[in-house]
Write a protein that binds this ligand. Structure first.
Ligand code: HEM
Length: 497
């Protein structure tokens, strides 16, 4: 008996020592993950995301801090929610965080293999970004395409003028979408894609918006890769359908252009599609499939983001009559009542610019930016972001943080009048376009078009909410996708000034 007790005693001591040794070893070697909620078995913290992940994650960040780690199914996700940490990830350690985390849905039509938005930072991505930057977004290209924007904004004002005469309301998001679409389609293909039969525009907008919803929606396949083949929520299947319809349209337009080139009848346009086709003939990195997917990127990322910013800005102004009055007063003093606005006027319109910034602070079109990942363990402020983790930067949470912004939920453009804060990716308190090498390439276009459209709408008409809705009753709820939309489209009635 005594021998048995002795053996048990020795065994348990040895076991205890080995366990202690293992514990010490593992605490030395295993990474120190950022804090976060204790995960449930199997599903982790998936249920905490809800249908508005930007808001749920902002709430969780109040508990766990500006860098937190969540286990979502099998996937580790690190969420960044402060300007200092956003700077760390998007600027100081930009290269380590510059690979995209690719949602399974984006494999539809192999978009991940051709798209500027999803390719890793390597030669193909560089060639595509260069093609975009030099042929659409460079200062000289944008100067040269001013006339086009002037003309398309004038068409928007004429359309609203017609609604004004007929006494009917305007769906601001939809009208601004049509303008953004025609702006881009003229830049790329030299045609108006939004034709007067409004239905085709509605259909295209629906496809773009539904694609953003499907990409942004939490997808079980991303958290349990074993489900890939089953696609239980049907997200990849639906995105394949949406992408298919959009790509089909671009393929037709590109083929028509190739046929014209073959017959020697093209060249006069010298638009983006011609330039891209020229590049593809000399640069092995870009082929016809890349061009089709580049069109999907340009129209997918550039239409709804721009038009929903105009819609949110108008909604905030109609909720705040004093601010609307001040905006109109500035336009009247600087431009003259009812006169058309030029892009060169925008630097003088500081209140209008402040309105655009304040709108993007409260309603960043991409609330979680576009997800990133890390290819090796990366140290951030004493924590380890483990290899393969998805990294989300919550621009919405930063814009609503009371330790960064006074009265963060109030729409107060005045706050920007004395603040040297810009949206160009240098000030991490306000990062609607992201930052670092993957910053939105469309930024330079968007910051011309949004104030131009908004200022023109304000300086040409007086506005009232449809159906006698009082300003304080306006529904400001948002719908989450890769981009953030107004749940209830804004309908307003224009009046002559
Ligand atoms: C209000 C307007 C817009 C907003 C708020 C916006 C926002 C963003 C954001 C947050 C990203 C991700 C940046 C990051 O990861 O740090 C992005 C990427 C991108 N945007 Fe925009 N965008 C806008 C307009 C446009 C326009 C007009 C275009 C093109 C016509 C465009 C094309 C792209 C592309 C191609 C990418 C992927 C870049 C890459 O991954 O290398 N965007 N945008």
């Amino acid at each position: 008996m005594e021998l048995l007790i002795l053996i048990l005693y020795v065994l348990s001591t040895v076991t205890l020592l080995i366990s202690l040794q293992l514990l010490i070893k593992s605490s030395k070697t295993s990474p120190k993950l950022p804090p976060g909620p204790v995960p449930l078995p199997v599903i982790g913290s998936l249920l905490k995301l809800g249908d508005k992940p930007h808001k749920s994650l902002a709430k969780l960040a109040k508990i766990y801090g500006p860098i937190m780690c969540l286990k979502l199914g099998r996937r580790t996700t690190v969420v960044i929610s402060s300007p200092a940490l956003a700077k760390e990830v998007l600027q100081k350690q930009d290269l380590a965080f510059s690979t995209r985390s690719i949602p399974n849905a984006v494999h539809a039509h192999s978009h991940n293999r051709y798209s500027t938005a999803w390719l890793p930072v390597a030669d193909q991505w560089r060639s595509l970004r260069k093609a975009l930057n030099s042929n659409i977004f460079s200062g000289s290209r944008l100067e040269a395409s001013q006339n086009l924007r002037r003309q398309k904004v004038q068409e928007l004002i004429e359309y609203v003028g017609k609604c004004c005469q007929e006494g009917v309301s305007v769906d601001i998001g939809s009208a601004a979408f049509k303008t953004s679409l025609n702006l881009l389609s003229n830049t790329v293909f030299s045609i108006d894609m939004a034709d007067p039969t409004q239905d085709s525009v509605k259909q295209f907008r629906h496809l773009i918006w539904q694609s953003a919803v499907e990409i942004g929606k939490p997808n079980l396949v991303d958290y349990f890769p074993i489900l890939e083949k089953i696609d239980p929520q049907g997200i990849r299947r639906r995105l394949t359908n949406h992408f298919g319809q959009i790509l089909e349209l671009f393929i037709q337009l590109i083929n028509q252009r190739l046929e014209l080139r073959r017959l020697g009848k093209s060249g006069a346009e010298n638009d983006v599609i011609d330039i891209l086709l020229n590049i593809s003939e000399t640069n092995g990195e870009i082929n016809k499939t890349h061009i089709e997917h580049l069109c999907l990127d340009i129209f997918g990322a550039g239409t709804d983001t721009t038009s929903s910013s105009v819609e949110w800005a108008m909604a905030e102004l109609l909720r705040s009559p004093e601010t609307l009055k001040k905006a109109k007063a500035e336009l009247e003093q600087t431009i003259g009542k009812g006169k058309p606005i030029e892009e060169s006027d925008i630097p003088q319109l500081s209140y209008l610019q402040a309105i655009v910034k304040e709108t993007m602070r409260l309603h960043p079109p991409a609330p979680l930016l576009v997800p990133r990942t890390v290819e090796t363990n990366v140290e951030v402020c004493g924590y380890t972001v483990p290899q393969g983790a998805q990294v989300l930067v919550n621009a919405w949470a930063i814009g609503h943080d009371p330790s960064v912004w006074e009265n963060p939920t109030s729409f107060m453009p005045e706050r920007f009048l004395d603040l040297d804060i810009d949206v160009r990716g240098r000030d991490f308190e306000l990062i609607p376009f992201g930052g670092g090498r993957r910053i939105c390439p469309g930024l330079s276009l968007a910051i011309r078009v949004i104030p131009l459209m908004l200022g023109s709408l304000l300086n040409s008409f007086d506005w009232k909410l449809e159906g006698g809705i009082k300003p304080e009753e306006l529904d400001m709820d948002d719908k989450f996708g890769l981009t953030l939309q107004k749940t209830q489209p804004l309908r307003v009635v224009p009046f002559p000034m």
